[in-house]
Ligand binder design. Structure first.
Ligand SMILES: C[S@@+](CC[C@H](N)C(=O)[O-])C[C@H]1O[C@@H](n2cnc3c(N)ncnc32)[C@H](O)[C@@H]1O
Length: 428
C-alpha cells in the first residue's frame, strides 16, 4: 500500500507540529491517513514525535520534513513544544481525526501519550474520546427512536448497540451514504472494540451455555471469565461504601447477578444485616448453585429467577418496593443495558438517600478506554439525576499476572493498576 505525496506531507507536518502546513493540507487531505508500515495516523505521529525527542529536549526548530524552514506564524513558532503538539492534536480532531485508531503495536494515539507520560496530550485524547462516545450514544438513541415501529431492527439495536448505525449507513442510498458524516460510518467506538474482544457471546447465547464453575472462577463455554475471585476486595469495598452510613433497621438490598455470590455474602455479613435482600439471576447453573447456598435459606432473601429486564418492570409496577442499596454486575451485556438499568430502574427503585453501584469494568484492558468510559458513564449518570463519587482502588495486576491468575482464561479482561469504584446517589 502506498500513499500520495500530499498524504506523506500531512504525516510529516503532524510529526513536526507544523500547524500552518497542516491547516493547508487538511483542506484537501483526510486526517485519517495511515503510514503504510506503522499504521500510525497524524494523531499518533504528533504524539510519537516525543518518543525520540522528549519535550524537555525538543528544540524550537521547525522543518517541513525536507530540512527547510517553514513559514509558521511568529506566535506559533514561539510556542513551547507541548503546546504546539496540543494545538496539532486539536486541529486534527477538529478536522475529523479518529481518536482511537490502532497502529501496528495495537496502540491508539492516547496509548502512546500515556506510555510516554505526556499527561496534557493524554487528556486531549481522553476528551476527544468522550466527545465521540457521547455522540455515538446520542445517535444510537436517535436511531432507536427512528426504528421504533420495526421490531426486528429494535432487536438488533438492543444486542449490538451502536454497530447498527454503521449498518444503517451502509444500507442507505448512495446519496445518503455520501451525506453520512465519515465519523459515523468508519469509526468504531472504544466500547465496541472492547466488546468485540471481551464478549464474543450475546446475552441469550451466554444464558443458554454451559459454565465451568470453580472455587476461584466461573468461565463460559469459550473460557471467558464470567467472575473471578480476585474481584473479592472490590466487592467488599463496594459493600462498605454502599452501606455507609448504615441503615439502623437493616438495609434493603437489590443485587443483579449472583455469579460467585461474593458481593451477596458481603451484604449478608454487614452490620446490621439486611432487612431484605433481593437477588436477580438468570443463568440456570448459577441459579442451581444459589439454591443450595446458605444465603438462599435466609428468610430475608428473595431470589428472582430470570433476566432483570423481565423481572424489574414487574417489581416497579408493584409500586411499594424500594432499596437502600442497589448493585449491578451482569455478563455478556453491553453498556446500553447498564445505561437502561440506571435510567429506568435505579431511578424508580432507589430510596432518596440510597446508593447505587456497579462493576466498573468498561474498557478495562486499555487505560484510555477505561478513562473515556469513566467520564461517559459519569455524564450519563448525571443526566439520569445521579451524582457519582469515584473511589480509587489499587489492583495489583502485575502480581495477578505473576500468580498465574489468568491461566486458562481466554482473555485478560482487566489489565490496569487502578479500579474506579462508583458510588452514585440522587443529586442534591
Ligand atoms: C460477574 S457475575 C456477578 C458476580 C457477583 N457480583 C459476585 O460478587 O460474585 C455476573 C452474573 O450476572 C448474571 N447475569 C447475566 N445476565 C443477566 C441478566 N440479564 N439478568 C440477570 N442476571 C444476569 C450471570 O449469570 C452471572 O451470574
Amino acid at each position: 500500500m502506498s500513499i500520495s505525496t500530499e498524504a506523506q506531507s500531512l504525516l510529516l507536518a503532524a510529526t513536526d507540529h507544523n500547524l500552518l502546513l497542516l491547516r493547508s493540507l487538511l483542506k484537501s487531505q483526510t486526517p485519517n491517513v495511515q503510514d503504510p508500515t506503522t499504521l500510525r495516523t497524524p494523531l499518533h505521529l504528533a504524539i510519537a514525535s516525543f518518543e525520540t525527542n522528549p519535550p524537555s529536549q525538543t528544540q524550537e526548530t521547525h522543518t517541513n520534513g525536507n530540512g527547510t524552514s517553514t513559514s509558521e506564524t511568529k506566535d506559533e513558532l514561539s510556542l513551547p513544544p507541548l503546546t504546539k503538539a496540543t494545538k496539532t492534536l486539536e486541529l486534527l480532531l477538529q478536522n475529523g481525526a479518529i481518536w482511537n485508531s490502532l497502529d501496528v503495536n495495537n496502540e491508539t494515539p492516547g496509548c502512546i501519550a500515556y506510555r510516554l507520560g505526556l499527561k496534557e496530550l493524554y487528556e486531549v485524547m481522553v476528551d476527544a474520546g468522550v466527545r465521540a462516545e457521547l455522540l455515538f450514544g446520542r445517535l444510537d438513541g436517535y436511531m432507536a427512536l427512528d426504528d421504533e415501529d420495526d421490531e426486528d431492527d429494535d432487536e438488533e439495536i438492543d444486542e449490538d448497540g451502536v454497530i447498527d448505525i454503521s449498518t444503517e449507513n451502509n444500507e442507505g442510498t448512495e446519496e445518503e451514504q455520501e451525506e453520512a458524516p465519515e465519523l459515523v460510518s468508519t469509526e468504531q467506538t472504544a466500547l465496541e472494540k472492547a466488546e468485540e474482544e471481551a464478549i464474543p457471546v450475546t446475552s441469550d447465547v451466554y444464558l443458554s451455555s454451559t459454565l465451568s464453575i470453580d472455587d476461584d472462577k466461573i468461565l463460559d463455554e469459550d473460557k471467558n471469565g464470567v467472575m473471578m475471585s480476585w474481584e473479592s476486595h472490590i466487592m467488599s469495598l463496594t459493600v462498605q461504601h454502599l452501606l455507609t452510613p448504615p441503615t439502623p433497621t437493616g438495609p434493603k438490598i437489590l443485587n443483579i447477578g449472583y455469579g460467585m455470590g461474593i458481593i451477596d455474602s458481603y451484604f449478608q455479613s454487614s452490620t446490621p444485616p439486611p432487612s431484605s435482600h433481593h437477588i436477580i439471576e438468570a443463568h440456570p447453573q448459577i441459579l442451581q448453585k444459589l439454591s443450595t447456598s446458605p444465603i438462599s435459606k435466609n428468610p430475608n432473601v428473595t431470589i428472582h429467577s430470570g433476566k432483570w429486564q423481565e423481572i424489574l418492570p414487574k417489581l416497579v409496577n408493584e409500586g411499594d418496593v424500594t432499596f437502600d442499596a442497589i448493585y449491578f454486575d451482569t455478563f455478556a451485556e453491553d453498556y446500553s443495558q447498564l445505561k437502561l438499568f440506571f435510567t429506568e430502574y435505579v431511578i424508580a427503585l432507589l430510596n432518596p438517600e440510597g446508593k447505587f453501584g456497579f462493576f466498573n469494568g468498561l474498557g478495562a484492558d486499555r487505560q484510555i478506554a477505561y478513562d473515556v468510559y469513566k467520564k461517559v458513564v459519569d455524564i450519563d449518570l448525571l443526566e439520569a439525576g445521579l451524582e457519582t463519587e469515584w473511589v480509587e482502588v489499587e489492583v495489583d495486576s502485575k502480581k495477578m499476572e505473576g500468580d498465574g491468575e489468568w491461566k486458562g482464561v481466554r482473555r485478560k479482561y482487566w489489565d490496569l493498576e487502578k479500579y474506579w469504584l462508583p458510588v452514585s446517589r440522587f443529586i442534591g
